[in-house]
Design a protein around this ligand. Structure first.
Ligand SMILES: [Zn+2]
Length: 388
């Protein structure tokens, strides 16, 4: 049994700064602090003078002058797009056809998936991110490679087989079938869910790419596995939204499609959610569902601005995603830098009623978004997000 006392300046969030009378109440700052780590888990944290005497056997590792914060949590990205990050000049639907599907088709090969997964996790750790929820591709090998590498490198990792079966929305060789999606998801889920730090996330890519039959299968998986996560995309780009409403004429808005198949619940994490109506935000809040805010991607693909003041108003939990490769970075800090700009830009580009104070992303709110806020978005705040 190994016990280590990591000593330095500790900073973490203990509550939501948007809910505090003064946002500094959300922070815990200990200039000379210690984290006691036993077999890789934090068992105690606090002032160095108090903690060290309680653990005399611990081996002290000193980091004077360093700020120690919790590992960042990324709630939405695509590890299989690591190599196409920063691809030039296309909006979402064209970008998928031009760059994304040709790259993701390579993940039929386990060797290729292994190679990308290894680089991906190394890069995430370099950037301080220790928890990721990622999409894979329609190929089981992409999910196997991702979870195997997460176990090797010790990341907390959520992932699942991507579902996309609608003709004309992806190359034929890339598309799966409703039954293939169900069977493949089931097999991977049984193999990896809750093994080490792996968690399974049922992943119909988006209502744009899935038929009624496939979303029905996704709903069946969600019903059979209420402890699993569900990740998808929602209301990212106006052309995508218009097509979804054409494909599902019986649903009066985009969220209504996922509701129809029983997907909108706790642990449902919807990427982007830029063009949600007030009523959709309200229903997300009531269902205890979450949003993945992906500012780097929303700016890079020119998708639009997520209205987090509205999400806050309706009690919708939201977290931060770099959404690589739509986002051109794997760094949580750079993603937060873009989040700040998204907040500021909304003040002048939208004439809806806004909560300008809520849209100013202070350093405290930014830290919360990348740590405890994202942990809450994933319903994992008991495990990760701060030092408690
Ligand atoms: Zn995405």
């Amino acid at each position: 049994m190994s016990k280590v006392a990591v000593r330095g300046t500790l900073l973490d969030c203990i509550s939501n700064p948007w809910d505090c009378a003064q946002e500094k109440q959300a922070l815990r700052f200990i200039p000379d602090g210690v984290l006691v780590v036993e077999d890789g888990k934090i068992v105690e944290s606090g002032a160095g003078s108090e903690i060290l005497v309680k653990h005399p056997e611990a081996q002290v590792e000193d980091f004077p002058g360093y700020l120690i914060v919790p590992g960042f949590v990324d709630v939405h990205l695509h590890y299989a797009q690591t190599k196409i990050s920063g691809s030039f000049g296309r909006q979402l639907l064209e970008w998928l056809q031009t760059y994304t599907f040709p790259e993701e088709l390579k993940f039929t090969s386990k060797d290729y998936a292994d190679e990308v997964a290894a680089v991906f996790f190394q890069e995430m750790f370099k950037n301080g991110t220790t928890t990721v929820q990622s999409f894979a591709t329609t190929h089981p090998n992409s999910v196997i490679a991702f979870f195997e590498e997460a176990r090797r490198q010790g990341a907390l990792a959520l992932c699942g087989l991507t579902g996309i079966d609608r003709e004309g929305t992806a190359p034929d060789a890339y598309r799966d079938t409703p039954q293939g999606f169900y069977d493949g998801s089931k097999e991977l889920l049984e193999r990896f869910h809750q093994v080490d730090r792996c968690l399974y996330s049922i992943a119909p890519r988006f209502a744009f790419g899935s038929t009624h039959e496939q979303l029905k299968m996704a709903g069946r998986l969600a019903e059979e596995h209420p402890d699993c996560w569900i990740q998808t995309h929602l209301s990212e780009n106006p052309a995508e939204v218009a097509s979804v409403l054409e494909f599902f004429p019986d649903c009066h808005d985009y969220l209504g499609v996922y509701e129809k198949y029983g997907l909108v619940r706790k642990r449902f994490v919807a990427g982007h959610s830029i063009y949600l109506s007030e009523d959709e935000f309200r229903r997300m809040g009531e269902a205890d569902a979450s949003v993945a805010f992906c500012p780097a991607s929303n700016l890079f693909l020119g998708s639009g601005f997520f209205q987090w003041d509205r999400a806050n108003h309706f009690g919708v939990r939201w977290g931060l995603g770099c959404d690589s490769g739509g986002g051109n970075t794997l760094s949580a800090l750079r993603t937060l830098d873009d989040a700040y700009k998204v907040g500021m830009l909304q003040v002048v580009t939208s004439d809806r009623e806004k909560d300008e104070e809520s849209l100013r992303l202070s350093a405290c709110k930014a830290l919360y978004a990348a740590t405890l806020g994202s942990a809450r978005c994933l319903d994992l705040e008991q495990e990760i997000g701060n030092f408690e």
